[in-house]
Every structure is written in C-alpha cells, then in structure tokens.
Design a protein around this ligand. Structure first.
Ligand code: C2E
Ligand code: MG
Ligand code: MG
Length: 615
C-alpha cells in the first residue's frame, strides 16, 4: 500500500467529521426527546388542570378556538368537538355584560393581558360566574399568534358574596331595600336628576295606627301585615323606582325621571316643576293610598290599615338625600295631623312646625308633672226634663307661657308621643274624683264623660286600669261615662266589643262620639254595647239651613231610638237648632247655647242657676 500523507489526512478529517456528525445527531436527538417529554408533561398538566383552559387563534379575525381542555368541557357542558373553530362569544349569551366583553376584545386586539369576571352560559342555558385571565401567546420569533384564556368557576363564592351583600342592603322581612341601599339609590337618583335636570320625588310613608296591630294582634300578625303592605306598595310603582323599608312601619319611595321644563327663570321653573311633577307623583301616590288601604284579612279578622305620606322634591326641597328625607318626614307628620290617610307635599313652614312639635312634646311632658292640666266641664241637658244629666270633661292645658291652650293644639302630640296614656289615666281619675265631690253635695249630680283616644283603648291594661279607678270609688257610683269616636270603635270591632262590654258591666256608660263622620256598619251598631250616640257638630251647624243635614240628623235620631240608644246633639248653639231637635225627639243637647265648657266651680254655679222649661 502506497498511501500518500494526503490520503491519511483526508481519512482522519473524514472520520473526525463523521464522528462529529454522529455525535451531533446523537446530541440533537437527545435534546429533542427531552423537549418532547417536557411538552407532553405540559400537555398532560393542562389536560388535568381543574381550571378551564382555552386557546384561540389571534391572527384570524374570527379568533377560532383551537384547543379546550377537559375542565373547560366539564365547566361549560360542551364537548371540544362542538367548540373547536368557533368564536368564544357563544359563552356569553344573547345579552352579554358589555363592559366585560369589551375588555376581552380590547385585550385580544391589543395583544395584552386582562382579567375579567363575567356571567357565562353553559350548554344547557344555566348561568355560571367565571373569573377569566386572558394572555397573548407568541411564536419563536415573538410574533403573537394565539391567546390563552383560563377560566375559574366562582359561582359559589359570588352567590355567597351576594348573600352577604343582600343581607347588608335588604330588609329581611319584606325583602325591600333597607336604609343602607336607600341611601345609595337616593344619591344616585339625585346625581342623575341633577345631570338630566329632572325631578326626584321622595315619598315618606308611615302606616296609620300600626302600633294598634302589634299591640292587639301580636308581632307575628304585625309582620304579616308589613309584608303585605310592602307588596302592595311595590305593585304601585315602576321597576325603575325604589321602595325601601326604613324602620318598623316606615317606607320610603324614590320616584325618578319626572320631567322638567328647562331654561326658564328660577321662579317660573319652580312653578312649572311643581305643576308638571305633581300630577305624576300624585297619580302614583293616590294609587299607593288606595292600594294600601284595601281591607286586610288576617286571622279571620278584617283590618283597616291606611297610611300617611309626605313628599319632598329634589331640587326644590333639598339638594341632598338627608335633607330630602327629613323634609319628606315633616310632610308626612303634617299628613297625620290632617287626619291621616292622605299625602302632603313639603313646604318650608313645615320645618318650623316640626321643631315646634318637638318643643311642644317636651313642654307637655313637664305639664303633667307640674300639674298644668285641668278639666273643663260642658253640660248635657235633657230636653224633656230640662235637667242637666251629664257633663263632658274636656282637657285644657294651663301653660305658664301660652295661657289656656285648647286640646286641638296638643292632643295629637300627646297621642304621637304616647303621653296620652299617662295623661288619659289622670283625666279618668280626675273625672271620677270630681263626680265623687259633686255627689257629696247632690245625689243627682251629673255623670261625667271623658274622651278616650285610640292609643288608650288598644292598651292591654285598658280595662283593668278603668276597673282599678272605678273600684276605688265604689262601682255603681263612679258616675263615669266614656266617649269613643265612631271610626275608633269600628277599627277592631270584635276586640272593642269585648273590652266595652267589660267596662259597661262596671257601670260605665259608653257613647259613640262624632257620630256620622265615620263609617259605622249598621249590623255592628245593633250589637255594640253602647248607651248613646253623639251626633257630630258638623251636621248640627247646618241643620237649620240645609235640608240634607236636617234629614241626616232626623235619621240618626230615629236609628238610635230603634236601637234603644239615647241621642245627644253636640255643638248646639242656636234656639232654632234646639227647636228642631226637640221636634225630632232628640234626648240630650250639649253646646254653647247652654254653656261653654267651664272649670268645675263655675260649672256648679251655672248648674244651680240653670233652668229650662221641660218639653
Ligand atoms: P269632642 O269630644 O267632640 O268635644 C266637643 C268639642 O266641641 C269641645 O271642644 C267643645 O268645647 C266643642 N263644642 C261644644 N259645643 C260647642 C258649640 O256650640 N260650638 C262650638 N264651636 N264648639 C262646641 P274642645 O274642648 O276644644 O275639644 C275638642 C276635641 O278635643 C274633643 O272633641 C275631643 O276629641 C278632644 N278632646 C278634648 N278633651 C279630650 C280629652 O280629655 N281626651 C281626649 N282623648 N280627647 C279630648
Ligand atoms: Mg267628646
Ligand atoms: Mg264630639
């Protein structure tokens, strides 16, 4: 063999190259198998992940889905076959959350990351809440080709959160928004109305005599009544309006979107607003009043529930929610004063009144301790015998600052504040003691009638309280009568009948006061344990000039006699009225024609000098 050195060099070079080649191939194949393994591991990890993973193409404008993992299938109920090639939008239903969806689309377009929480739809149409992370995926050269979406089902956590939020913002009994949420809604309504130059009407609604339901029928029934009332109020308003329960029997309505005229000078504006808004508000409130006052049947009883409403308007009556609420409440108090079951708009004078009222409460509380109350007595005269058969005790307040104050100015405040319970007891004690004093002088002394408020009558201890006072003075000679208004007796007729029967059995006479102004049911009238009907003054005033009123008076007298009750005409102040009443056969007369209410000593003097020809 004659090989040249070149040959040997080539051989060595080739062998080395082949070696390197073999080594390189060996090395590369080893590297690839490691990468493959890692890839497969990653694949398996994604496949077994509990989070749903979805990969879609971002280079294609339709963003078709290229991959979903089994968790995605489980979460959505779709198989990957049904999904691949589609756009992700099918997950978000027909009315998607626009803000969330916008964020997703923006992230895809910008090739950026984002995180959203969105309601999604499963294949069966059921809703689940999903927490989504979206991130772009790039190829080797850094070019974005795909995006990956990782979804987490947070429905349970969200429901729990919502439950907590619900409890913080809604009243558990009625399911209405509570004070918290009301504050929020009211602020939003005011902010929106400010921008849109609209009016917001805030209506403060308080049930009339709800205490009576609670006291007489128990709290469980009270709760049922509140639920029903809440339902009724809600049925009267638009879904965009808010009804909230503020406290016990207080509700607040926020009525929004009330149109307004623009570009009118301020004063004109107010007039136009008031005119343009009131009919809308008025219609709604009238509906609320009549719906709430439909009879309620509870435990086989018919309850007569009404409400009083006060309204304040943004922007006229306040710029912020606190003020609007306070002013609506003041207007509601005014509605109560005006006889309840009505609604009143706020006026600036009302604020002054509200403050006066609070001051009055303080003074009245003191008045009882300082013995500033007294009773005046107004005689009732029997037309046939010409004798004074009774006296009505009427409350007066001898205030050190205001002088002698008539009851019309403070009875409502005594009732609202609950003071009437103590003052009412004092009145009964005083009347019974006065009768005992009169009787020491004269066995024929007139019986004394006292007026009873609703709050007194519904007290559980009303009957025992009367019994205690009457017993102290010797049952048969207590000389006590009570006057209860017609509407009050009819309010809870069954309960009242049993109370009144017990009182009558103690020798206490019972009259229906202001008869003709309420809505007595004739069937009840026949069975009520009463001794007399007092015809309301409003019929007596006009009877000489108005034939209708004269006929009403005549009819009441006949009705009373048929039912074997006595009749008293009150507020009689003319000879003509006396003559007519005599003709109609009225039994007793009370009024200025004989005497105004007098302090006890003056009453005695008056009685000694009084003479009326028997007729
Ligand atoms: P009422 O029980 O219907 O009493 C009759 C009222 O009519 C009394 O007014 C009396 O002074 C007035 N009156 C009587 N005759 C005439 C008349 O000829 N002309 C005119 N213009 N008025 C006449 P008063 O004393 O101001 O009492 C008003 C109301 O205040 C009473 O109406 C009653 O509802 C309430 N009230 C008075 N005292 C009490 C009380 O002690 N307790 C309670 N709960 N309410 C009382
Ligand atoms: Mg009376
Ligand atoms: Mg009366």
């Amino acid at each position: 063999m004659n090989e040249t050195p070149i040959f040997w060099i080539l051989l060595i070079v080739c062998t080395a190259a082949a070696g390197v080649g073999i080594l390189a191939v060996m090395f590369t194949s080893h590297r690839y198998s490691r990468a493959d393994k890692a890839l497969r591991l990653r694949n398996r990890a994604i496949e077994s992940s509990v989070n749903a993973v979805m990969i879609a193409k971002s280079s294609d404008p339709d963003n078709p889905i290229e991959y979903v993992n089994p968790a995605f299938e489980r979460m959505t109920g779709y198989t990957s076959k049904e999904i691949l090639g589609r756009n992700i939008n099918f997950l978000f239903g027909a009315e998607p959350d626009q803000t969330g969806l916008g964020n997703i689309h923006a992230a895809i377009a910008d090739r950026s990351e984002t995180h959203v929480t969105l309601p999604c739809l499963r294949k069966d149409g059921s809703l689940f809440w999903s927490d989504m992370h979206i991130a772009p995926v790039c190829d080797d050269k850094g070019k974005n080709t795909h995006f990956v979406m990782v979804l987490n089902d947070i429905t349970e956590t969200r429901n729990y959160q919502q439950q907590l939020e619900h409890q913080a913002n809604f009243d558990l009994l009625t399911e209405l928004p509570n004070r918290n949420l009301l504050q929020d809604r009211l602020q939003q309504a005011v902010a929106l109305a400010r921008r849109q130059k609209h009016i917001v009407a805030l209506a403060f609604l308080d049930l009339d005599n709800f205490q009576f339901v609670n006291d007489s029928l128990g709290h469980k029934t009270g709760d049922e009544v509140l639920k029903l009332v809440a339902h009724r109020i809600r049925s009267c308003i638009r879904t965009t309006d808010t009804v909230a329960r503020l406290a016990s029997d207080e509700f607040v309505l926020v009525l929004t979107g009330i149109a307004n005229e623009e570009n009118i000078p301020k004063v004109l504006q107010r007039i136009v607003d008031t005119i343009s808004s009131r009919p809308q508000v008025t219609d709604t409130l009238e509906k609320v009043l009549s719906t709430v006052s439909q009879p309620i049947f509870m435990n086989n009883r018919e309850l007569d529930i009404t409400c009083s409403i006060g309204v304040s308007l943004f922007p006229h009556d306040g710029q912020e929610s606190g003020k609007l609420l306070k002013n609506a409440e003041a207007a509601m108090r005014r509605a109560k004063e005006l006889g309840r079951n009505n609604f009143q708009f706020y006026t600036t004078e009302l604020n002054v009144r509200l403050n006066d009222r609070l001051a009055l409460q303080t003074l009245l509380r003191r008045a009882l301790d300082r013995d500033e109350f007294l009773l005046h007595y107004q005689p009732k005269v029997d037309l046939r015998s010409g004798k004074v058969t009774g006296a009505e005790a009427l409350l007066r307040w001898n205030s050190p600052d205001r002088g002698m104050v008539p009851p019309i100015e403070f009875i409502a405040t005594l009732e609202d504040s609950g003071l009437i319970i103590d003052v009412g007891r004092w009145i009964i004690e005083k009347a019974v003691a006065q009768y005992a004093l009169w009787r020491e002088q004269d066995p024929q002394a007139p019986r004394i009638a006292v007026n009873i408020s609703q709050i007194q009558l519904v007290q559980k201890n009303f009957v025992p309280m009367i019994e205690e006072i009457v017993n102290k003075n010797g049952r048969k000679q207590c000389g006590l009568d009570i006057e209860i208004t017609e509407s009050l007796i009819m309010k809870d007729i069954d309960e009242n009948v049993s109370k009144l029967k017990a009182i009558q059995a103690m020798g206490v006479g019972i009259s229906i006061d202001d008869f003709g102004t309420g809505y007595s049911s004739f069937s009840h009238l026949a069975t009520l344990p009463i001794n007399a009907l007092k015809i309301d003054r409003s019929f007596i005033i006009n009877m000489a000039s108005d034939m209708d009123h004269r006929n009403i008076v005549s009819a009441i007298i006949s009705l009373a006699h048929l039912l074997k009750h006595e009749v008293v005409a009150e507020g009689v102040d003319s000879e003509e009225q006396v003559r007519l009443l005599r003709e109609m056969g009225c039994d007793d007369i009370q009024g200025y024609i004989f005497s105004k209410p007098l302090p006890s000593e003056k009453f005695e003097v008056w009685r000694r000098n009084f003479f009326l020809e028997p007729g």
